[in-house]
Design a protein around this ligand. Structure first.
Ligand SMILES: Cc1cc2nc3c(=O)[nH]c(=O)nc-3n(C[C@H](O)[C@H](O)[C@H](O)COP(=O)(O)OP(=O)(O)OC[C@H]3O[C@@H](n4cnc5c(N)ncnc54)[C@H](O)[C@@H]3O)c2cc1C
Length: 325
């Protein structure tokens, strides 16, 4: 019998797609995310600077649909073509795509799941206020809250994070994820006081920068602003992954000026974000992870490959596996 009481950790595309499909069945769902909103790496950063509200898509840049399932997700979110036919973006922001998928779902936000305890058929999730959890620092002293029992738990988080949660209750499943590798990515967000004499997108063949785009040229954005997202390439981001954010920002800005071939005006906003798990380098090589005996499973882009579509396809595979239990 398929489980009817399921917890999902992670409300990025994979977790949301799992929840949306499972909601059509007679299933009781709880969905948790440590973020302040759903979307994960399909992210938009909103800041205020110099009297302007600035929105940067500092995660996924554009989306391509090869199959019907992801095309349907993009159509439902009214994603528009950019920078050319075949590539699409969320409108008015990239996060609009996961937000459309999240409609009607109850999500426990700002909850950082720290542990899975219990036994097959009766799992418990332990979670803390995510605002108190700092990466690389000891966990806060506050006792985590505990929810459950759940018949099944879906981990829709990057593989290293799924592995950490599986290590206690199911080390044999955690070990399966050893093979998965992610590339980090530094993403620099820039707001300039005037338009730069550059095309909307740059993909240098060599050097520190992997991709740069005029974010404000995307459909539905405020075109009176000059906003850029500049990504470090995989090799550069890996080599500099532990840099303080201010140093990464300074170095990427310098590299961007070299790439532009001209002096740049001083940006009135500049901030770098480190994605430790950005793009999948080595995937699992199976569409999802599902262990019917324990009721523990995982889904995400990292099962299939380095594209947002893979997250949705992985979710579909996991739900199919769960329903055939
Ligand atoms: C810089 C960058 C550029 C990219 N460019 C592109 C691109 O151009 N095109 C493309 O197709 N794809 C791109 N991608 C990849 C794309 O964003 C991902 O494939 C997709 O968003 C993955 O979705 P997911 O649901 O598998 O994982 P995620 O989006 O990572 O979702 C995981 C969720 O789990 C939550 N979470 C993690 N741990 C916990 C925990 N312990 N407790 C609670 N919640 C937790 C996170 O907050 C997150 O919301 C890019 C990614 C990055 C970072």
């Amino acid at each position: 019998m398929p489980p009817t009481d399921i917890a999902i950790v992670g409300a990025g595309l994979a977790g949301l797609a799992c929840a949306k499909t499972l909601a059509a069945y007679d299933v009781r769902l709880r969905l948790y995310d440590k973020g302040r909103g759903p979307g994960g790496r399909m992210a938009t950063r909103r800041v205020e600077a110099d009297g302007h509200v600035l929105n940067f898509d500092h995660g996924a840049q554009y989306l391509t649909a090869h199959g019907d399932a992801f095309a349907a997700v993009l159509d439902a979110a009214h994603a528009k073509e950019w920078p050319d036919a075949g590539r699409r973006v969320g409108v008015p922001r990239m996060v609009s795509v996961p937000r459309a998928l999240a409609e009607g779902l109850d999500i426990d936000l700002s909850r950082h799941v720290t542990e899975i305890s219990g036994a097959p058929g009766a799992w418990y999730l332990h979670h803390l206020d995510a605002r108190q959890v700092r990466p690389g620092r000891p966990m806060p002293a506050a006792a985590p809250e505990r929810d459950g029992p759940f018949q099944a738990v879906i981990l829709a988080v990057p593989a290293p994070q799924a592995q950490a949660l599986l290590a206690g209750p199911a080390p044999h499943l955690a070990a399966v994820l050893d093979v998965v590798r992610f590339e980090p990515c530094w993403a620099l967000m820039l707001a300039f006081p005037e338009r730069l004499d550059l095309p909307d997108t740059l993909r240098p063949a060599a050097g520190p920068i992997g991709w740069a785009a005029r974010d404000s040229s995307k459909p539905g954005r405020d075109a009176s602003l000059e906003l850029w997202v500049v990504q470090g390439g995989p090799a550069w981001s890996r080599e500099h992954v532990e840099l303080p954010a201010e140093d990464a920002a300074a170095r990427l800005l310098e590299a961007f000026a070299v790439q532009a071939g001209t002096a740049l005006p001083e940006p009135f906003y500049k901030s770098a974000h480190r994605w430790r798990y950005a793009l999948v380098e080595v995937p699992l090589g199976a569409p999802c992870l599902w262990d019917a005996a324990s009721g523990l499973g995982a889904a995400g882009d990292w099962c299939i490959g380095a594209r947002a579509e893979a997250a949705v396809d992985s979710a579909a595979a996991l739900v199919a596996a769960i329903r055939s239990t």
